[in-house]
Ligand binder design. Structure first.
Ligand code: AMP
Length: 305
């Protein structure tokens, strides 16, 4: 099934207690595209980069079957740049720099081939751009999944609410769920956020897994795989979202039971993402590796042998 991905394609610089990177490939849509392309063979990317971008990465996406016609390259301009620094616990981080550059006035032009996608992943971006993207899609997709972050809650809350009202699934972390709802209890927060529009809400809790809230008080919990070492958590949330929607697009489903399995796929992929800096580990990921980790999740979660 066709899956349209929109989000940042960027340069990142990352500091962790284990070391620092120079400029490396980052961006929500980079992680999402790498993850979705493992599962779904009909993925289209809408994003913008500057002339300074690393175009080997774009070629790499193409060889994975990602249609990059919707990737705009702005002559004489610089790509989005984000610099983050993780604390000792690797769960929390500070943003040192956000340079919007080409993202500052990004007009998401959707190629004709991608105006009627069945699945849409609105990766982390300004809610204005997310909204414009939805307005430019000609028929209602089967499923729209949206990711966002506290940055947009702080500076663009009204528009953010307009997007949230139009999507089927929202993925945010626990802190953001509390900020958006004004509730400390995640159950109360989920109820309030679902009343804002999305039928389903996924609350990500980093190394403590993810919760899926659905209709009729349905809740599903998927743990994160306990890992000996988390090297760099950047992109884990995007990889998770990519695995989640990529799985659903590959089976053509959108029901709660399928979402439970999709969350396990997202979590398995995210568990690889954090093992190396940036997108490096995801680029090495094979189907066998994914299956191995899915089996580990099965053992981790199974109550009876
Ligand atoms: P995550 O670790 O899943 O929250 O995603 C990290 C990625 O989000 C990085 O690769 C950044 O390039 C990207 N990112 C950070 N801030 C923003 C922003 N304000 N808009 C779009 N993308 C962002």
């Amino acid at each position: 099934m066709s899956l349209l991905v929109i989000g940042s394609v960027a340069f990142d610089a990352i500091d962790t207690p284990f070391g620092s990177t120079g400029k490396i490939i980052g961006g929500a849509a980079s992680y999402i595209s790498l993850a979705t392309s493992m599962l779904s063979k009909n993925v289209g990317l809408v994003a913008v980069v500057g002339e300074d971008f690393d175009f080997d990465f774009v070629e790499n996406l193409k060889t994975r079957g990602v249609d990059t016609q919707g990737l705009q390259v702005k002559k004489g301009e610089k790509s989005f740049f984000w610099h983050g620094k993780y604390h000792m616990d690797m769960n929390s981080r500070d943003t040192i720099t956000t340079e919007l550059n080409v993202l500052g006035d990004f007009d998401p032009i959707i190629p004709a081939d991608w105006k009627n996608p069945e699945y849409v992943m609105l990766g982390n971006l300004s809610p204005d751009v997310q909204l414009t993207t939805l307005e430019r899609i000609e028929s209602r997709p089967k499923l729209v999944v949206m990711d966002t972050m506290n940055f947009w809650m702080d500076i663009a809350l009204d528009t953010l609410h307009k997007v949230i009202a139009k999507v089927d699934v929202l993925t945010i972390n626990d802190e953001e769920a509390r900020q958006l709802s004004g509730e400390y209890s995640l159950v109360k927060a989920a109820r309030k956020i679902r009343e804002m529009g999305p039928k389903y809400l996924i609350i990500k809790k980093g190394e403590h897994g993810a919760l899926l809230f659905g209709e009729n008080e349905d809740i599903f919990f998927c743990p994160a795989l306990p890992l000996e070492e988390v090297f760099d958590p950047t992109g884990a949330g995007d990889t998770f979202a990519g695995g989640f929607i990529g799985y659903l697009a590959s089976v053509g489903k959108t029901d709660f039971e399928s979402m439970k399995k999709a969350i396990v796929y997202g979590s398995a992929m995210a568990s690889y993402c954090v093992e190396k800096f940036g997108t490096e580990r995801l680029q090495e990921l094979t189907e066998d590796m994914l299956n191995e980790r899915l089996a580990k999740f099965d053992r981790l979660m199974r109550l009876n042998a």
